[in-house]
Design a protein around this ligand. Structure first.
Ligand SMILES: [Zn+2]
Length: 435
């Protein structure tokens, strides 16, 4: 502020000093010449500057003023469009499809075919059962640069799973887009379609491409790789190929019970009983599963029953925490005709959790000594739940036996063994991937 006043005073001083000067300004242009006194010349100069300044100002207004008015209108239109979009999105979430549709039309009018508007249009059309319109929106969305991932995801979700050849064609088109090649969903669907065809070799190729593009997480990649190798081992004709794929599946996931069992059986058949037992015991330490006990008994069928019990006790002791351990030891005790010991193990198991297997074991152990108690235990077994089940991580479907492909949603390598009754499982009423 102070500097401003100093400047004003300086300018006034200069003006006064000049106006007090006597003198003539002599302007010559060609043949004409004008004589002006200094004050008039100065006044003309100021008028000249002001004139140019006004013209410049007007020019700026013409050039940018209209743009600014247009911008302001556009901003208002965008704001109203976003508000309509939000209303539509909220109404859709609340299930009010009519309001959602109305607001969406307004948003469309104000915002045009923006990727998010297209996406909402597709979602709304899906909810209203208008598959054709949904596909049209998703296709348009997929063709935009910013919306390609959302669009392709929608297109792939809309694709019926029954026709695996059509699924493969669509995933191929999707994976040709760079942004999609870095996402996992197209590969998951491709692997699902190959699994449906029983073509596990191609599923392995698809997983390889996904790995190269870093599209799947390390844990998911391992699980898929292990399941595919187990399937390749099952289908392999030569012993060498079987061994290679079984060994790879086991190495990738040592706690993958079905792979451990299949590999151990294969090894036992090939005469390598000690490695077979090692595979079983390693798997038991990681995931105590009663199917492992069955395979163990089968592999060591020639052994003395008591010796078998002692051998199993040695590594089972490390997983005393598991409810499967006393059941397994009880079953082996029963096999060795140690009924009282079997009953004690059964009681231990029931004290932890009254599972079907534990109650059944107690019934078997008491059959000779106390038939009425045995009958009561077997009744209890009928009402009890199993020790665990295989649960799909994608849809929550539970199955007693392992499957490479979820029978409910079709996802590959999604079933995990679960024997913790308190774990809250994901439960969905509509399959995630299967339509
Ligand atoms: Zn599932």
């Amino acid at each position: 502020m102070l500097r401003f006043f100093i400047n004003i005073i300086l300018v006034c001083a200069v003006a006064v000093a000049i106006s007090m000067q006597d003198g003539i300004v002599h302007l010559v242009r060609g043949d004409t010449s004008i004589d002006l006194d200094l004050q008039t010349a100065l006044a003309l100069l100021v008028i000249f500057i002001l004139w140019w300044w006004g013209i410049a100002k007007m020019w700026f207004f013409i050039k940018y003023g209209f743009d600014r008015i247009y911008e302001r209108r556009l901003r208002k239109q965008t704001e109203e469009g976003v508000a309509a979009f939000t209303v539509s999105l909220n109404a859709l979430a609340g299930g009010d499809l009519r309001t959602s549709n109305k607001a969406l039309h307004r948003a469309q009018k104000l915002l045009g075919d923006k990727p998010l508007v297209l996406w909402l249009g597709a979602e709304l059309a899906t909810r209203r059962g208008d598959e054709k319109l949904a596909l049209q929106n998703f296709r348009q969305l997929a063709s935009t640069a910013e919306g390609s991932v959302l669009g392709w995801r929608g297109l792939l979700q809309q694709q019926p799973r029954r026709d695996s050849a059509a699924v493969l064609r669509l995933t191929q088109d999707a994976l040709a887009v760079d942004a999609i090649a870095k996402q996992d969903f197209a590969y998951e669907l491709q692997i699902m379609a190959y699994a449906q065809q029983g073509n596990w070799a191609e599923a392995a190729v698809a997983l390889g491409v996904a790995q190269k593009n870093k599209a799947v997480s390390r844990a998911r990649e391992q699980k898929l790789d292990a399941v595919i190798n187990l399937k390749l081992a099952d289908n392999a004709h030569s012993v060498e190929n079987k061994r290679k794929h079984f060994a790879r599946a086991q190495k990738l996931l040592p706690d993958f019970v079905p792979a451990a069992i299949a590999y151990a059986r294969f090894l036992a058949m090939e005469g390598d009983k000690s490695l077979a037992n090692k595979v079983i015991s390693t798997a038991w330490l990681l995931t105590p599963h009663l199917d492992l006990l069955d395979a163990y008994q089968e592999i060591n069928a020639v052994e003395d029953d008591l010796k078998l019990l002692q051998m199993f006790e040695r590594f089972a002791a490390k997983r005393k925490d598991s409810v499967a351990t006393p059941i397994a030891l009880g079953r082996l005790s029963l096999r060795a005709k140690l009924d009282a010991r079997a009953a004690a193990y059964a009681q231990d198991a029931i004290d932890r959790r009254a599972t079907q297997e534990a109650c059944m074991l107690l019934a078997d152990a008491m059959r000779q000594t106390n038939p009425s108690a045995a009958q009561e235990a077997s009744h209890r077994a009928m009402a009890a739940v199993a020790v665990g089940s295989y649960v799909c991580s994608a849809c929550g479907y539970a199955a007693p036996a392992w499957q490479a492909v979820c029978a409910h949603c079709g996802k590959v390598a999604s079933l995990d063994w679960n024997d913790e009754p308190d774990v809250k499982l994901p439960v969905s009423t509509t399959p995630v991937l299967l339509r």
